[in-house]
Ligand binder design. Sequence first.
Ligand code: NAP
Ligand code: HSE
Length: 430
Amino acid sequence: MAENRPITVALLGAGTVGSSVASLLAENSEDFAQRIGAPVHLTGVAVRDAGRARPGLDPSLLTDDVLGLAASGADVVVEVMGGIEPARTAILAAMAAGSSVVTANKALLAEDGASLYRAAAEHGVDLYFEASVAGAIPLLRPLRESLAGDRVLSVMGIVNGTTNFMLTKMDEAGADYDDVFAEAEALGYLEADPTLDVGGHDAAAKAAILAELAFHTRVTIDDVHVEGITDVTAEDMRAARAMGFVIKLVAVAERVGEGIVVRVHPAMIPRDHPLASVRGAFNAVFVEAEAAGEMMFYGRGAGGNPTASAVLGDVVAAARNRRAGGLGPGESTYLNLPILDIGSAHTRYYVNLDVADRPGVLASIANAFAEHGVSIQVVRQDGHGAEAGLIVRTHRASDAALQATVQSLRELDTVKRVVGVMRVEGEAGD
Ligand code: NAP
Ligand code: HSE
C-alpha cells in the first residue's frame, strides 16, 4: 500500500456506539494516523433516518443506503447497527467488496458467526469483534491471540451490566426485583427488548462467543442453557447474604469430560470470590487456563465511549493488517468438541424448603438427596412449628442429579414448599 494513502472507514450505525466511534475517530485522528502509519478517512455513515441532524457528524456523510455504503470498498467497514438483518447482508457485502469488518454485534455472531468467518476467509479480509462481549474490556483478543498457546479450562463471568446493576441494588439496598427493574429502565440500561437482559439471552449470546473462542469449537446461542433473573427474590438475596454469598447472573463455559457445557443462570457466589465484588453495571470475566492458571478481566461492559474504545482498537488492528498486507486470526473451531446438556455440568446447589416440623422430617429430606447420590454440605434450620424452614447446601454433583433431587423433594409430604433453588459457584473443593 502507498505510504500515505488514507485508510478509509465506512460506519454502519450512529447510535450509542456508532456516534462515539465517529467522534473519537475525529478527536484522536492524529494519534490514529501515527499508530496506523496513515490517516483515517471516514467515508460515510449509514443510519435509518438520514434526515435527522446528528451533533458532531457532518450531514454530508449520512446515508440510509446501508448496503451501498457497505459495498463501497472501504478498507474497513464498522457495523454497529445491531440485529440480524440488514447487518448480516451488509457485512457479507462489505467482505465481498474486499473490506475488513469490525462489528460489535453479539446477536449476529452468536446466531451465525460461521457465515461471517467463512466469508472473511473466502475474501481474504479480517473479521474483528472485540466489542461484542464485555464492551471495553480487552477479552476476545487475549482468548484469540494471547492464550493461543495454552488450553483454556473454563470461563466464568458477569457479562451483562444491566442485570448486575439490578442484582447489586437488590443485594445492597434490599430492593425488590420490580423496583430495581423500574430503576434500570429509568436509567436507560435495559435493551429495547428487556427480556434480552433479564431473561439472560444477551449474556447467552456473549457466552456462545466466549465458548467458541475458548474451546475452538463452533458454539451458537442455541447451544447455551439459559435462565434469567426474573425469579430471583429479595428473600433469595437475604438468604444468600446470611450465608456469606451474593447472587450474580453468571455465564459459564467449561470443559466437562470430552465435551463442553455453556450455561447462563443466577448463582450464589462466596463474598470473598473476585466476581462478588463486581458491582453495578461493570463486567468481569474469570478465565482459567492449564498453564497460565487463573486470570480476571474487569471493566465497563457497555456504554458509547467504552464500547467505541474496543471497536476502534479493532479498526487500528485491521488498518495495520491492510498496510502490512497480512491478516489477523480467522476462525479456529478445529476441536469441534461435543456440546453437552446442562445435566452434565457439575455444580453445587442451595435449596430452601418450607417443611413440616415433626420427627423424621430431616431423615426423609436427607434420604431424597442420598437417593440421587447428592452429598449434603450444610443444613440450617430456621424457625419451628408452622414456620419451619430448612436450607440445604450440597457438595458438587451432576446438575441432572441435583434436578432429580429437587423433583423428589417436591413430591415429599414433609416438604410444604420448595421456596428457592439456586446453583452455587466459585467455592473451592468438592
Ligand atoms: P443503537 O443506539 O440502537 O444504534 C443503532 C444505529 O444503527 C442507529 O444509528 C440506527 O439508525 C442504525 N440502524 C439500525 N438499524 C438500521 C437499518 N436497518 N438501516 C440503517 N441503519 C440502521 O445501538 P447501539 O447501542 O449503538 O448498539 C450497536 C451495536 O453494538 C449492537 O450490535 C449492540 O449489541 C452492540 N453493543 C452495544 C453496546 C452498548 O453499550 N450500547 C455495548 C456492546 C455492544 P438511526 O439512528 O437512524 O435509528
Ligand atoms: N444490555 C447489555 C448489558 C449491553 O447490559 O450488558 C452491553 O452489551
